[in-house]
Design a protein around this ligand. Structure first.
Ligand SMILES: NC(=O)c1ccc[n+]([C@@H]2O[C@H](COP(=O)([O-])OP(=O)(O)OC[C@H]3O[C@@H](n4cnc5c(N)ncnc54)[C@H](OP(=O)(O)O)[C@@H]3O)[C@@H](O)[C@H]2O)c1
Length: 337
């Protein structure tokens, strides 16, 4: 990004920040407490509807708090940095994985209408809340509505997600992919956000070109963009572009995705770094993401892996190790979108 563009983003960011501050909606530390009170927090953190120009305003890249293991989204809500993904997990396998994750301290769970497992995810959350005494407001649940029928009738699709999950509210809802009706679908999510039934809204599989044309058309800045990111597909041009807009980046397929994990986890550069720190290759890759300011949602149905994937905060990759992993980029996408 050239200097002129950076300057314009910076100035727009400042204007957007002032707008939020004037409206009393600047995310403040106290809001961490309000998260413990969903109804109060929902009304406090409902965003004003900025004009289209303001919606593309940039702010500073959201800072990851490695002590709290969380990040404050631009919506004012706090999100854990690491979680569990549930793509391709069904039935008892899905319920067991989500319950194992919650029992091991994971508080961020990623699902989608398209995964066909929102019912199982919701059941696992309700059972864990009852069995382990975990308050709902400690758990951060993301779901997504899909292109096509969902986005033609977005209000019906959003309500159906809420009904299938049956956990009161959804912490973050994403549009799963661009679609001819995506602006309409996004504004429907914003309406649910204003009613407190969704806390934050965002996008998935939106890259620089898509964001550049989409953002001027919507009233609220996305809180998060979820894209494919792993050492063989790093998106080094996309990540800073998104972060400079004040949007959190989250990576899907952090371990390369099923069918690709064996090669990535046995990459000599990664296994050498893992050996040096006495951790696993998966932990090195997840930590590399966190140090780049990318939230991670590795998928697993193996309780040992699920636990291992939470242990990311007791070691630090050096600049040299980060550079070694950065050098593995092949621009190699592991899915079509
Ligand atoms: N927005 C989108 O379009 C999109 C697209 C794809 C995925 N996603 C989201 O991203 C999540 C992550 O992607 P993914 O689950 O497909 O792929 P992934 O996380 O890259 O890889 C999952 C694979 O890694 C293995 N694994 C997990 N932890 C491990 C560990 N510590 N050591 C060794 N192997 C380990 C799992 O096997 P075990 O079960 O044996 O642990 C599984 O085979 C999805 O679940 C989904 O929530 C979003």
């Amino acid at each position: 990004m050239n200097m002129a563009r950076k300057y314009v983003l910076l100035m727009m960011g400042f204007a957007f920040f002032c707008l939020l501050a004037a409206a009393g909606c600047t995310p403040l530390p106290e809001q961490a407490q309000q998260i413990a009170s969903p109804s109060a927090a929902a009304s406090e953190t409902a965003l004003p509807a900025p004009s289209p120009a303001e919606s593309v305003a940039g702010t500073a890249a959201p800072a990851f708090d490695m002590e709290r293991r969380s990040v404050r989204l631009n919506s004012g809500w706090e999100m854990p940095l690491n979680g569990i993904g549930t793509y391709s997990l069904y039935g008892e396998t899905c319920t067991g994985a989500v319950k194992a994750a919650l029992a091991n301290g994971v508080r961020l769970i990623d699902t989608a209408h398209m995964y066909g497992n929102e019912v199982e995810v919701g059941k696992a959350i309700r059972e864990s809340m009852a069995e382990l005494g975990i308050p709902r407001e400690e758990i951060f649940v993301t779901t997504k509505i899909y292109p096509g029928a969902d986005m033609q009738d977005p209000e019906g699709a959003i309500q159906a997600c809420l009904d299938r999950l049956d956990i009161g509210y959804v912490d973050l809802m994403l549009l799963h992919h661009p679609d001819p009706n995506d602006v309409k679908a996004y504004e429907a999510m914003v309406k649910f956000q204003q009613e407190g039934r969704i806390h934050s809204v965002g996008l998935s599989n939106w890259y620089v070109e898509e964001l550049t044309s989409f953002l001027p058309q919507v009233s609220v800045m996305p809180a998060l963009v979820q894209n494919e990111i792993h050492p063989y597909y790093q998106e080094n041009d996309v990540i800073p572009f998104i972060q400079e807009l004040g949007i959190v980046v989250q990576g899907w397929y952090p371990l390369g995705g099923r069918g690709h994990t064996a090669e990535l986890l046995s990459d000599p550069a990664i296994t050498a770094i893992a050996a040096a720190h006495g951790v696993s290759p998966a932990q090195v890759i997840l930590r590399w993401n966190l140090q780049k300011g990318v939230s991670v949602i590795p998928g697993s149905s193996n309780p040992d892996h699920i636990r291992e994937n939470t242990q990311l905060y007791d070691f630090v990759l050096s600049d040299e190790e980060m550079a070694q992993i950065n050098a593995l980029d092949r621009g190699e996408k592991h899915d079509w979108y």
